[in-house]
Design a protein around this ligand. Structure first.
Ligand SMILES: [Zn+2]
Length: 52
């Protein structure tokens, strides 16, 4: 399992629990905890423009 944003690989099963699975057009991809936080901020700031 590899973070699609930064390419970091998860190293332990307990760490996997903190990763975020995101579905995009039927595919699922994984975000490490750090990227998940940054990514959520990206989505929230971009959503008004890109979504509409
Ligand atoms: Zn990452």
């Amino acid at each position: 399992m590899t973070c699609f944003r930064c390419g970091r690989a998860s190293t332990s099963e307990s760490e996997v629990l903190t990763w975020v699975n995101e579905r995009d057009g039927g595919r699922s991809r994984w975000l490490c905890p750090d990227c998940a936080r940054a990514h959520v901020r990206d989505i929230e700031s971009k959503l008004p423009d890109e979504h509409w």
